[in-house]
Design a protein around this ligand. Structure first.
Ligand code: GLU
Length: 628
């Protein structure tokens, strides 16, 4: 049943991508699509950059050997590549790249946030994970999202998103430290050095950075320290200007000298707590900014969780993902288990996409019912990933017609894989996750692989910069359900981790890494990962085609959200099957796009194909150590 792990572009894939190109919204090079990997001159690491000091050229594709990295940003990819070239392993490079993203993608990630780190260890052959999710402060009450002045829930925007109340105890620095301690070969100080340099010498501002600043202008203006850092001179940094962050350089240096206690204890910990409990707003802002609950003790007590990855098999591949507190691993795995029951490769693209959308909706229904922090709620991870459960869920998938959404969740306590009539009613899980975050993929010459998704929740996080320290605090606690319901696995509880959608994924074939991938995008992360896997494994696309192809996402809602190129290509056929497609885009961003994936495919003879977005999020940056 399984398809070859590395194969040329199939006729079906060519048809799909030709349709995409005709749709016109994505700047996918047709030459790239027609002539995949081997014929490409490797543009990545050997290509001259606009300035060797400040890499700015974005190459979303690189093929070669000896190590590879893909991120959304040329500085971050260059930092990771330098580590790989200097003999560091994938973990050392991942930390260097992530720390650099904290400088160049400060609105998506940084030490003020959290994330999930997945590692394939070449020595043991095992996949292991670190859950570095932000946690609710110990003193966060269950009614934290109720405005004490009105007795009513805070409006989500602007109150909750721009607030102290949504700031969770950050886990990113603890994640870097733990990853290096367990699997790295460099010290934290060594891995932070490249990012410190970028923070001090500055990076060149691109359209994405300027646009993201503009999208956040009102709330950035509301905080003295944020305005000072990101709206210097009263405007968002100009495209082409150099943006320096000496405060962040000093923060990284302090951490390099003193370790994580420079962050989790002492002065900086007290400062973070003060900012959250008494937000430092500007005098003339109209924005209400509810205070939060973070204390120095929350910071001192923060711990990452080391845990097993989720595992599911898909057409001869072993798919490893992030276990709860993320819903990524179970939801991606369940959808794939449902899809595995159909031969998608024998279908038209429209039929295959119909199955993808329907399977996603079913898996999202179960995500809503069962997923939360396993330290606080009993999450049936094993059952959700059981093939017999998927068999029963697939009973609700009509190959000829879209089901009415929301579809009902399944019953994990009683299933036998046999179809029987059901009258259960579905509920739509309120989706308040925004589209932000960043993702990176690294492979090294020894065969280790890292897939890492990190975030400060929405673009710009809480909007609050820690004074004199150059980084934003997250607003991750908005990922808790905003309405308190004692039966809800994702309700607010002190010390708990809000449910995530981050889905860093490593796929093995015959016990060896085949593909690593992940994406930002709130709850669309899950569907982006599923769709790229289906594109690659079922629809015969190469990995660069699979990432570039237009996306749609069905998260158990009445409408399918889709990129314009997707609607142009498949809208009529999918509408005829009963889907309602609406264009992507949200209240916070001007981009009508879904996700910003990175991936590395490991081929025969140690060949590595690193891929980033060819246009989304301003285009990503893929590099290899030894381009061929
Ligand atoms: N808060 C989201 C999550 O944990 C990530 C934010 C995003 O990707 O925009 O799933």
């Amino acid at each position: 049943m399984s398809r070859p792990s590395s194969h040329p572009s199939s006729p079906l894939a060519r048809r799909v991508t030709a349709v995409v190109a005709a749709g016109g919204a994505l700047a996918v090079s047709t030459a790239l699509l027609a002539a995949p990997a081997p014929a490409q001159p490797a543009p990545a690491s050997s290509a001259p950059t606009a300035s060797s000091e400040r890499p700015t050229v974005k190459d979303p594709f690189a093929v070669g050997k000896g190590g590879a990295i893909s991120t959304v940003d040329p500085e971050a990819s260059a930092a990771g590549l330098k580590v790989l070239k200097a003999g560091g392993n994938a973990v050392d490079a991942a930390v260097a790249a992530a720390a650099t993203l904290g400088v160049t993608e400060p609105y998506s990630a940084g030490i003020g946030g959290g994330g999930y780190f997945v590692f394939y260890n070449a020595r043991s052959g095992k996949v292991r994970t670190i859950d570095g999710r932000e946690t609710a402060p110990r003193k966060m009450p269950q009614d934290a999202f109720i405005d004490p002045d009105t007795g009513k829930p805070y409006p989500f925007t602007p109150e909750l998103v721009t607030s102290g109340v949504s700031v969770g105890t950050p886990g990113t620095l603890a994640t870097w430290d733990k990853a290096l301690e367990r699997w790295g070969t460099w010290s934290l100080a060594e891995s932070l050095a490249p990012a410190t340099k970028v923070a001090r010498r500055g990076f060149r501002v691109d359209e994405t950075f300027r646009q993201q600043t503009l999208d956040n202008e009102e709330r950035f203006r509301a905080f003295k320290d944020t305005r000072k850092l990101f709206l210097r001179g009263g405007d968002a940094p100009e495209v082409g200007s150099i943006f320096r962050n000496p405060d962040l350089a000093e923060t990284y240096e302090a951490i390099a000298r003193r370790g994580t206690k420079a962050f989790y204890r002492g002065r900086l910990a007290r400062l973070m707590s003060d900012v959250v409990r008494e937000p430092r707003t500007t005098k003339n802002t109209d924005l209400p900014v509810p205070p939060g609950y973070l204390t120095p003790r929350d910071l001192r007590d923060y711990e990452v969780r080391s845990q097993r990855a989720t595992r599911s098999s898909y057409r001869g591949h072993d798919v490893y993902g992030m276990a709860p507190s993320s819903s990524g691993g179970t939801t991606v795995g369940e959808a794939l288990n449902i899809l595995e029951r159909y031969d998608l490769s024998a279908m038209t693209p429209e039929q295959a996409l119909h199955h993808y959308l329907e399977a996603s909706a079913l898996a999202f229904a179960d995500r809503g019912k069962y997923l939360g922090d396993p330290a606080y709620t009993d999450v049936p991870t094993r059952r959700l990933l059981d093939d017999r459960f998927a068999a029963e869920r697939a009973c609700s998938l009509d190959p000829t017609k879209a089901a009415k959404k929301p579809v009902a969740a399944g019953d994990v306590t009683s299933y036998d894989g046999v179809c029987s009539p059901s009258s259960a009613k579905g509920t739509t899980d309120a989706d308040t996750e925004n589209i932000s975050t960043t993702n990176l993929t690294v492979a090294d010459r020894w065969g280790n692989v890292v897939e890492y998704t990190l975030t400060i929740e929405q673009t710009g996080g809480s909007g609050m910069v820690v004074p004199g320290h150059g980084f934003l605090l997250n607003n991750e606690l908005t990922d808790f359900s905003t309405v308190y319901d004692p039966a809800d696995p994702n309700r607010i509880q002190p010390g708990k981790r809000p449910r995530s959608s981050m889905s860093p994924t490593i796929v093995l074939k015959d016990g060896k890494p085949f593909l690593a991938l992940g994406s930002p995008g709130g709850s669309t992360i899950i569907t982006t990962v599923i769709q790229v896997l289906v594109n690659r494994i079922d629809l015969g696309m190469t990995i660069e085609e699979a990432v570039a192809a237009p996306r749609a996402t069905q998260r158990n809602t009445a409408n399918v959200t889709a990129e314009p190129a997707f609607i142009a290509a498949y809208g009529p056929a999918l509408t005829a099957l009963g889907h309602t497609l609406v264009p992507a885009g949200d209240a916070f961003t001007s981009a009508a796009e879904i996700g910003a994936a990175t991936a590395i495919e490991l081929g025969p003879r140690k060949r590595m194909t690193a891929v980033a977005e060819p246009s989304r999020r301003g285009k990503g940056s893929a590099k290899v150590v030894d381009p061929r």
